[in-house]
Design a protein around this ligand. Structure first.
Ligand code: G1P
Length: 298
């Protein structure tokens, strides 16, 4: 099998972050700013995603953007005036953070000129990625690994290196969410690892092959570009990554040891903020106080 050549090889160093969507589920927050810049606790969501890629060993990151996404580029760029101001005012902690942000990784940007779907966004990475395996991290998903575990993408890369074939991060999906996910048909072949036979984008509950769905992290190989190039628009009239994935001759699903926060819509964003605030020792007591029975007016 062609992909076998990657088994046991040096790690995956390229990551692609599709961040071109309109963010209509966040309107009007996203009228003038990208949804990837929506803050979660103390950082824009895209920063979590970039930091996960870097902590997973990817130092070359391509963010697929579109119009109205300049703020993402500015966030990871050097801000000379701000740094100068922080230096002059002796705010050295913030200066260090500002400098850390602009040197996290080699971050590149490319624009998806028309919003033709996730598959088309990934296809925009073709030239940049070349013939190397690469990770895809969806820009509206935050993954927090279980204590002692590698970041989610790193866990997928480990599985990719073991099997030498593309790996999709998966998780158990509740019935009422099945039609929001790409759902796999597969066989559990070892703890947390599925051999995938097929994957269907957003099936009806009555037609779903399982309750195991793609959770927003992938490790793919160059073959996906050729497949995407001939993939016709599917669900919602968009080129779906899922429709291309199902044409891979061999691929695996891996259920990472982590907690996933879905920032895809306002309820998910609100819940994620509260859950992450509760895990943050700087804010836990404050949140407990706000929600203590004596403060809740019924
Ligand atoms: C996308 C993918 C879907 C996947 C999901 C994970 O859907 O198309 O297969 O399960 O991300 O978050 P979206 O949420 O962009 O509609």
């Amino acid at each position: 099998m062609m992909q076998r050549e990657f088994a046991g090889e040096a790690s995956v160093t390229k990551a692609v972050i599709p961040a071109a969507g309109w963010g209509t589920r966040f309107f009007p927050i996203t009228k003038a700013q990208p949804k990837e810049m929506v803050p979660v606790v103390d950082r824009p969501v895209v920063q979590y995603v970039v930091e996960e890629a870097v902590a997973s060993g990817c130092d070359d990151i391509l963010i697929i953007t579109g119009r109205n996404k300049r703020a993402i580029e500015d966030h990871f760029d050097i801000s000379a005036e701000l740094n100068e101001h922080l230096r002059n005012s002796g705010d050295l902690k913030l200066l260090a953070e500002s400098e850390r942000l602009s040197s996290l990784a080699n971050i590149h940007f490319i624009r998806q000129k028309e919003q033709r779907g996730l598959g088309d966004a990934v296809l925009c990475a073709r030239q940049h990625v070349g013939d190397e395996p690469f990770a895809v991290l969806l820009g509206d998903v935050i993954c927090v690994p279980m204590p002692g575990e590698r970041p989610c993408t790193g866990q997928l890369i480990d599985v990719f290196r073991r099997y030498g074939a593309p790996v999709i991060g998966v998780e158990t999906v509740p019935d009422h969410k099945i039609s929001d996910y790409g759902i796999i048909d597969g066989t559990l072949i070892e703890d947390r690892v599925y051999q995938i036979l097929d994957i269907v984008e957003k099936p009806l509950l009555s037609e779903t092959p399982s309750n195991v769905g793609a959770m927003g992290r992938y490790v793919l190989t160059q073959e996906i570009f050729e497949i995407l190039g001939r993939t016709k628009p599917g669900k919602k009239g968009e080129v779906q990554l899922t429709d291309a994935l199902r044409k891979y001759p061999e691929m695996y699903g891996f259920m990472p040891k982590n907690t996933r926060y879905d920032i895809g819509d306002i309820p998910g964003w609100v819940v994620s903020n509260l859950q992450l605030l509760m895990q943050d020792e700087r804010y836990r007591n404050l949140i407990m106080k706000v929600f203590s029975p004596s403060n809740i007016i019924s």
